[in-house]
Structure formats: C-alpha cells, structure tokens
Write a protein that binds this ligand. Structure first.
Ligand code: EPZ
Length: 444
C-alpha cells in the first residue's frame, strides 16, 4: 500500500513545463586554482530518468527524493510524461511526485523524443500498463548510431507486435505482455531497464540474461520492488522478474550520481587540492578509483562523503578501457583523458561502448594536448601545460571534460554550446566555484 507521507501530485505546482535550454550560453573558465572545500553530489541522472518512467506502471502517486530536478533532461522527460497523462511535480528541494492516474495518450512524439533519446524508455512501461505505445525512434546522436533493436526484440519476445512506421516504433500488446527468457547479445543499460519494467506487469516469469549491472539499474529495481514488483538477481547478469497484476505507489531516494562524483574526482586529480564530495559513495566507482590511485590521487570514504586529495606531485600515466559495469564507465572516459593530458609519460584510452566518443579530442588538442587517435584507442602523451582557448562542446561528458581542461589551462578558456552541460550537471558553476575555481556562465 501507498505510504502516508506522499502528497498528492495535484497539489504541487508543475514546474516542468516550458523549460528553455540555455541555447547559446558559454562558460568562461580561468585556470590555475587548487580546489579546496565541499561539493554536494546530486542524485543520479541516469537513475532518475528511469524512475520517472517507472511511475507509468501504476495509477498511484510515486515520490522520489534526492532527484536532480534542475537538470534539463529531467524536465524534458517530465514534458514527455506529462504528454502521456502523468502529473509531474518537480520541487526545488529535490522531491519529485509523479502520478499517472490515467494514460491519456500512448504517443511520445518526435518533437519531445528528439531532445532526449532516453525517452525511448517509456516504451516498455507504457506497453505493459496500457497495451499500446508509439514512440518516435530516437535516431542517432553525437556518440554514433545508437540503435534500439535490443529493446524491440525483447518486447517482441514478450508478445508485443511492433512495426516501425513513419519514424515511429508502433507497439501493441492487445492480450497483454507475457514473460519470456531473453538473452541479450550485448550488454545494454537501456534495454535491461525497459524490459525489466515491462516484465513487472507481464503474465508469468521473465529472465533477462547478460543483463546490465549498473548501480542505476539496481536502484531502479529496488524502487520497483517497493512498488510491489517481484525481482531477483539485481546487480548480477541474470535478472528474474515474476509478473504481478498491478503495482502501487512508493517513496524512494535516488542513488548518488557516480558519474558526477567521478567527474569531480578527476577535477581534483587535475588541479590538485582537497575536496570532500558530500553524500556519495566510492564503492560503485571501483574501476575509476583503482586508476586514479595509480595516477597518484588519494580517495577515502568518510561516512556519507568521499574525500579526494592530490598534492603537487605529477600525475602518472595510466591506461584505461571502457566496459559495461563494473568496468571503467564510458561516461568518465573524456574526463579521465583530460586528466591524462598532463601526466608523466603517456596513457592509452580505449573506448569499447560507443563508436564515436572521442569528439573532445580535437578540442583538447587545440588547448595543447598531445593525443593520437587510432580506431577505438587514443594515445595521450603528457604535456607540461594546457593553454586556454575557445572550444566547442559536443555532448554532455565531452563538455565537462573541456571545463576540466579549462580549470588547469593557462589563461582563459571559453566553452561554447554548453547546453549539453545543463542536461546532466546540476549547478556546476556554483559547485566548482565554491571549491575555488574561477568559472562563470556568460549568457548570450
Ligand atoms: C545509458 O545509455 C546511459 N544513458 C549513457 O549515458 C551511458 O553512456 C550508457 O548507458 C552506457 O553506460 C542513460 O542512462 C540515459 P546502452 P544507453 O544501451 O542505455 C548498443 C550520459 O552521458 N545498443 O547500454 O543508451 C549501443 O549502441 C549517457 O549520461 C545496441 O546495439 O546505453 C552501445 O554501443 C550517454 N542496441 C551499447 O549497446 C540496443 O538496442 C551500450 O548502450 C541498445 C544498445
């Protein structure tokens, strides 16, 4: 049953509508400061977005705390969900209350989906609850083709009829979804989440083999269990879901953002200093932390905080290769590469998840980095100094890697097209400013 402290969504002002991306804003960073102080870590974007979609599975209100409500991605998804009939309240204190009392539309239109490809995650829950879903195909993005074939094949195995027509995934399950055994040919975070949600309301048992194991998926599964779902095997490659007839409301706190945490760890690695990352965990960053320690950075957990320290010694060159969790996260590759630009010797960075995730390289080279890309690997030879320049951000993690470069470069760096940053880093100017960085947003 629903917990009593849930407020009804209708009483809260909907602040999700009408969010404007900051379009042409720029960021100005002046390099040179050591970082010292506290940085609060937000709830994980990539968990929060999926939790919001999971609220489609019940007609009762669902409440999340520690939500990164300021992010443009959260607000864009709120618009998608609102379009489907969900009331969404995003409060400035990090609480989100969502209620899909009725599904009033089963169409996620191109105009909204093109702003954020994660919108495809509404497909599974919409189909499971409503028996019908039309979701615009997300198309490619800066990271490459990014197909959604695994989502579609999985839902078909669960009994959905699916056609691609006019750029839309048109799915229906007139007799409801049924359980299935699905073995993913490659690990996919999004497909695991989409099918796990769909399976909660399917008839019978579903087994997801070669499932993704990211902490955000465990968090999503735990929230679904609070909503009444029957799920076992979270965090392992085999997730088993026993379908139930309905789900209920619940209250859940979003797991801390490990990618934001790792980004600020790399910032301290580059700039040196002492920073306490508040309200986060190091246990789900084992692959990153191992490499940071090799490079010469000290990291310790202190209660709910993680302390990061580097003295003035030179960073050592370290190799990394991105892999599905628990391997090194692709979402921290660009930040780690920026750190390696100043290392002693060289570091080899190999990207295995996305075909096109070296867009930051030419921009770092313009700032004086020595990087050679060969296929999926980049050899980064350390240089004594980066130099401020005007650079262009191409995706979320590439953008933040350029901010990090600016923090250590000589003089001034201007980063253009920073709307990518607004999608995934809450209050980055304040967070870096309060540990001593010279950073400001310039509105056009
Ligand atoms: C999630 O994307 C994250 N996004 C990404 O974060 C993250 O980089 C990625 O997982 C990997 O960790 C969200 O959670 C919203 P995948 P997702 O399905 O689910 C291929 C960021 O910066 N694939 O695990 O889309 C795919 O092309 C973002 O916050 C298929 O071939 O990633 C890729 O090569 C960027 N067919 C690989 O699998 C499919 O049907 C892994 O993708 C699905 C995926």
């Amino acid at each position: 049953m629903i917990e009593p402290q849930i407020e009804t969504a209708q009483t809260i002002e909907l602040i999700s509508a009408d969010v404007k991306s900051s379009g042409l804003d720029k960021m100005r960073v002046v390099g040179g400061a050591r970082l010292k102080g506290d940085i609060p870590i937000s709830g994980a974007k990539n968990a929060a977005l999926k939790h919001m979609c999971a609220a489609l599975l019940t007609d009762e209100p669902v409440q999340f705390t520690n939500m990164p409500n300021a992010l443009v991605d959260v607000r864009t998804l709120a618009q998608v969900l609102n379009h489907l009939g969900m009331t969404v309240a995003l409060r400035s204190d990090g609480v989100a209350i969502l209620r899909a009392k009725e599904i009033t539309s089963h169409i996620a239109p191109y105009d909204l989906v093109r702003k954020m490809r994660a919108s495809v995650i509404v497909l599974g829950p919409l189909l499971a609850r409503h028996g019908q879903a039309e979701v615009s195909l997300p198309g490619g993005c800066a990271l490459g083709g990014r197909p959604v074939d695994l989502h579609i094949q999985g839902l078909k195995a669960m009994g959905a009829e699916i056609e691609i027509e006019g750029g839309y995934i048109k799915a229906s399950a007139p007799k409801g979804l049924h359980g299935a055994e699905i073995s993913f040919p490659k690990v996919s975070v999004g497909a695991t989440e989409n099918l796990m949600m769909a399976a909660t309301l399917a008839k019978g048992d579903t087994i997801l083999k070669n499932a993704a194991r990211e902490p955000e998926i465990i968090d999503q599964g735990e929230a679904l269990i609070k909503m009444g779902a029957k799920i076992e095997g979270l965090g392992t490659p085999e997730i088993r879901i026993q379908g139930v007839t309905s789900l209920n409301g619940a209250v859940h706190s979003v797991v801390p953002d490990r990618i934001e945490t790792g980004t600020y760890m790399c910032a301290v690695g580059l700039c040196g200093g002492d920073v306490r990352l508040k309200n986060t965990r190091m246990d789900f960053l084992t692959a990153l932390i191992g490499r940071l320690e090799e490079a010469g950075i000290e990291i310790t957990q202190d209660g709910n905080d993680v302390c990061v320290h580097r003295n003035g010694s030179k960073l050592k060159g370290v190799d990394i290769m991105t892999e599905p969790y628990p391997g090194f996260p692709t979402d921290l590759q660009a930040q780690f590469m920026t750190m390696m630009t100043l290392c002693e010797g060289a570091g080899m960075i190999t990207e295995t998840i996305f075909e096109n995730r070296f867009m930051h390289v030419p921009e770092l080279v313009r700032m004086g980095a020595d990087i050679t890309v060969q296929g999926q690997s980049a050899l980064v030879r350390g240089v004594p100094k980066l130099h401020g320049a005007e650079v262009m951000a191409t995706d979320l993690r590439a953008s933040v890697s350029l901010i990090l470069a600016g923090l250590v470069a000589d003089g001034e760096t201007t980063i253009n097209r920073i709307y990518h940053l607004d999608r995934g880093y809450e209050n980055i100017v304040d967070k870096l400013g309060q540990v001593g960085a010279e950073i400001e947003r310039i509105s056009e």
